[in-house]
Design a protein. Structure first.
Length: 381
């Protein structure tokens, strides 16, 4: 640009002090310091071989307004990997002097796709591709030559993070399915990007509420995402949530029984591996040895039995539930109208192994204007 008559350029001593740590493994004892051909500022780490100053372990920022990562680094495209940057800054000593905030509004036409930072110290994730760039925005790049994930078949978490998983980068407590270039957030489960409506190849949407609640149970009991607190919500209908199972950037698992609502910008659909494991018992006579499992064209959740011929998951011997709010039984099944036949369901659940993990209660007040005629169940069991 042109220079104003009242403007002075500021220069730093380039032969003053070399950074005391030059391999990127820690911060320097003194700042500013010389790092190869560049000068590192306070709390940055020096990778002298690459002539780079990292602002968090394995992370660099581009210059504001720039769209290119330096050699050996790649853009961060997933929102969890982006949020990982915030956690690195919050817990590490790399940038304690700054207060970093997190924002994920889904779309901002002044922010680039993926993960970025601003000169006001905000980490930002944008789910939309190719927007315009703001002059105060830097893209955040992660080292693409970091270690490969120690487990690459999706069966467990890695010993190191961030880690390379095929062509993608996995964040803390994600598991790597390198063959599919996917980072799982729970066994067999992936999230779409916020606002996205497509599952990756080999995965399918979760449409049943029990299959959705199963995701929460995986997160609560497994080590895959212990650092996050997941909550469950099933209000039947929310016009900002997609049909079926979804998650939000505030770590809520959500089930919506209505089809084709609008999408909220902070909502990801949850997908389950559709080619993972077939149910070991497929004639409805018993439970499977592994869950979730493929049952014809549907996915059965924990303790459900598979009737593959009918593409149905039964929740007790000979019994199925409709989707919340639905009034139609599947073909070959009929509604239960008598109270003794309804109470029989409770006895089946109490004595059988089909759903021991759930506590079922019995209510017979004769009339409830929020309940259908005959026998029904609620998402609170």
């Amino acid at each position: 640009p042109r220079y104003g008559h009242d403007v002075s350029r500021i220069c730093v001593h380039s032969q003053k002090v070399a950074c005391s740590v030059s391999d990127g493994s820690g911060i320097s004892a003194e700042y500013p310091c010389v790092c190869g051909s560049v000068i590192c500022a306070s709390q940055q780490s020096c990778d002298a071989q690459s002539n780079l100053c990292e602002f968090a372990p394995n992370y660099v920022e581009t210059a504001p307004g720039s769209s290119n990562c330096p050699s050996g680094y790649q853009f961060i495209e997933g929102w969890r990997a982006c949020h990982e940057v915030v956690e690195q800054l919050a817990t590490a000593t790399w940038d304690r002097t700054r207060t970093w905030t997190w924002s994920s509004r889904g779309y901002d036409d002044r922010k680039p796709f993926g993960c970025s930072s601003t000169t006001s110290n905000q980490i930002y994730y944008n789910s939309q591709k190719n927007p315009r760039y703001g002059h105060d925005v830097s893209r955040i790049c992660v080292k693409s030559q970091a270690e490969a994930c120690s487990v690459t078949d999706g069966s467990d978490v890695s010993a190191n993070y961030p880690c390379v998983c095929g062509s993608v980068m996995c964040a803390t407590n994600q598991s790597c399915d390198a063959a599919a270039n996917i980072c799982l957030f729970a066994p067999h489960y992936v999230e779409t990007g916020p606002g996205s409506s497509n599952c990756p190849s080999g995965y399918q949407f979760i449409e049943g509420w029990r299959g959705c609640h199963d995701v929460l149970e995986h997160l609560s009991t497994a080590t895959w995402d212990r650092s996050r607190t997941w909550t469950w919500s099933s209000r039947g209908y929310d016009d900002r949530k997609p049909f079926g199972c979804s998650s939000t950037t505030s770590n809520q698992i959500y089930y919506n029984s209505q089809k084709n609502p609008r999408y909220g910008h902070d909502v990801s659909r949850i997908c389950v591996h559709s080619q993972k494991v077939a149910c070991s018992v497929s004639d409805g006579s018993g439970i499977s040895a592994e869950y979730p499992c493929v049952c014809g064209s549907v996915i059965c959740a924990s303790q459900q039995s598979c009737d593959a011929q009918s593409n149905l998951c039964e929740f007790a011997p000979n019994y199925v539930e409709t989707a919340p709010g639905s009034s139609n039984c599947p073909s070959g099944y009929q509604f239960i109208e008598g109270w003794r036949a309804c109470h029989e369901v409770v006895e089946q659940l109490a004595t059988a192994t089909w759903d021991r993990t759930r506590t079922w209660t019995w209510s017979s007040r004769g009339y409830d204007d929020r309940k259908p005629f005959g026998c029904s169940s609620t998402t609170s069991n």
